[in-house]
Design a protein around this ligand. Structure first.
Ligand code: ADP
Ligand code: ADP
Length: 223
């Protein structure tokens, strides 16, 4: 599903954020990406979304080589990847329903289809009764679940999350991780960047660890 083969990423200023990184994520896998701040986690996720291009090496997503993918195919790639951020990036001047509907509206989906799919996604994250509220009325954990509903509403085969529990207390963080697990159990491939090592190792999944741009371990034992 996702394959990095000897990937390096050097930014314009000369900083090398990823160095000879190789790994493969099989379809349906759930995996964590960890490492200290600045280790290269966000850069790795950006390469998968083609928000950045590798300087060297091969990035394959869905059997497509992203270095050779024409810009006009990038929107299609991104529609197949649901993304969850730490700070939700929700629109506070719109309802929960409208926030979750946004990717479908952009896609040009049929309004009745939108209503059905938004409610199904809100149901999956346990927020069906909050659809009319502004996200500003919700707790941090609920806001994060709105962000997750928005990421999954188009049913992407891949979900990427960048510090999805960054602002949450341990109990809510565990709940959010279990939501990801539920999506994973339906076959979605999931990669979650997090520096919360206790939480990451408590999940028992594969863990990729970056340090100064190098991938220093791949397994499920703490380094
Ligand atoms: P992490 O997500 O693990 O905190 P990042 O991938 O955000 O790490 O950053 C890795 C390194 O690359 C950091 O040293 C960061 O300062 C640097 N970096 C990130 N983005 C850019 C950029 N656009 N230009 C130059 N350096 C960058
Ligand atoms: P459908 O009737 O289209 O099969 P479902 O009721 O199965 O719809 O799911 C509707 C919505 O629930 C989807 O649009 C999506 O938001 C979410 N969803 C369901 N299954 C998954 C999945 N495996 N991965 C991500 N999102 C999903």
């Amino acid at each position: 599903m996702i394959r990095f083969d000897n990937v390096s990423k050097r930014y314009e200023n000369g900083h090398e954020a990823l160095k000879q990184v190789s790994f493969t994520l099989m379809p349906g896998e759930m995996c964590f990406l960890t490492g200290h701040s600045g280790a290269g986690k966000s850069t790795l996720l950006k390469l998968i979304m083609r928000m950045e291009k590798a300087t060297q090496g091969l990035v394959m997503v869905h059997d497509r080589n992203l270095s050779q993918m024409a810009d006009r195919h990038v929107p299609h790639l991104r529609r197949n990847i649901g993304v969850v951020f730490q700070n939700h990036q929700l629109l506070f001047d719109r309802s929960v329903f409208d926030n979750v509907a946004l990717p479908l509206v952009i896609e040009g989906a049929d309004p009745s289809d939108i209503a059905r799919r938004v409610r199904a996604a809100l149901d999956k994250v346990g927020l069906l009764n909050k659809e009319k509220l502004s996200p500003i009325m919700l707790s941090g954990g609920e806001q994060q679940r709105v962000g997750i509903a928005r990421a999954v509403v188009t049913r992407p085969p891949i979900i990427l999350a960048d510090e999805p529990t960054g602002n949450l207390d341990p109990k809510l963080s565990a709940e959010v991780m279990h939501l990801f697990r539920q999506f994973n159990e339906t076959g979605v491939t999931i990669l979650i960047a997090s520096h919360d090592l206790d939480l990451v190792y408590s999940m028992g999944n594969r863990v990729l660890t970056l340090k100064d741009g190098f991938m220093i371990s791949d397994g499920n034992n703490a380094v």
